[in-house]
Design a protein around this ligand. Structure first.
Ligand code: NI
Length: 195
């Protein structure tokens, strides 16, 4: 397995709409290896999600994992699921349906936009329909931080990044300044996400 080079904004692949994968393609050794490489790349850069366009592959494929110990999982997550981790998940050809109109704001970052964080509104609850790494369809309902990560990654497949979703560009901050002046003494990592 290898750590892949991450594409940053300005590279056209980050802004392109990605194409779907067929079940046969998903099961191919090339895509299976790509999924493994995306997993180690996400770990290497301490992300909680990674979409294929971010590693120069314009495919409707993303991975995510939120460690149970990750402080980011507590951010903006009301209710009993706060703080619960999300296991490693592969999303192929994902479709997101919001469950209700409620949105929540939370801090997001992105491996394709290094060192920055911004406040982003996202649907609080959603249904995700996707294929897994065997090409099998699955459906999950997600809320809070889990729902936020799913929306962030699925945006990448359309060529969108979190900057496009921000309501107030004046919240855009470097990580250090965010902690020094905005969050004021909160623990490192408590209010951010990095996808
Ligand atoms: Ni991202």
């Amino acid at each position: 397995m290898s750590v892949l080079k991450v594409a940053r904004i300005g590279h056209p692949v980050v802004r392109a709409a990605a194409r779907e994968l067929t079940p046969d393609e998903i099961r191919s050794p090339e895509i299976q290896r790509l999924i493994d490489d995306m997993r180690v790349t996400m770990y290497e850069y301490e992300g909680v999600g990674l979409a294929a366009p971010q590693i120069h592959e314009s495919l409707r494929l993303a991975v995510l994992e939120v460690p149970g110990s990750d402080k980011r999982a507590e951010e903006g997550v009301p209710g009993p699921h706060g703080g619960t981790g999300v296991p490693f998940t592969v999303l192929v050809n994902p479709k997101v349906t919001p469950l209700g109109p409620e949105t929540v704001e939370g801090w997001e970052g992105c491996l394709s936009i290094p060192d920055l964080r911004g406040l982003v509104p996202r649907f609080a609850r959603l249904r995700l329909e996707a294929l897994d790494r065997e090409g099998k369809p699955y459906t999950v309902e997600a809320e809070g931080f889990h729902a936020r990560v799913i929306q962030h990654e699925c945006d990448h497949l359309e060529g969108n990044v979190y900057l496009d979703r921000m309501r107030d560009m004046r919240t855009l901050s470097f990580i250090k300044e965010l902690h020094d002046y905005v969050l004021g003494g909160r623990e490192e990592g408590e209010e951010e996400e990095h996808e």
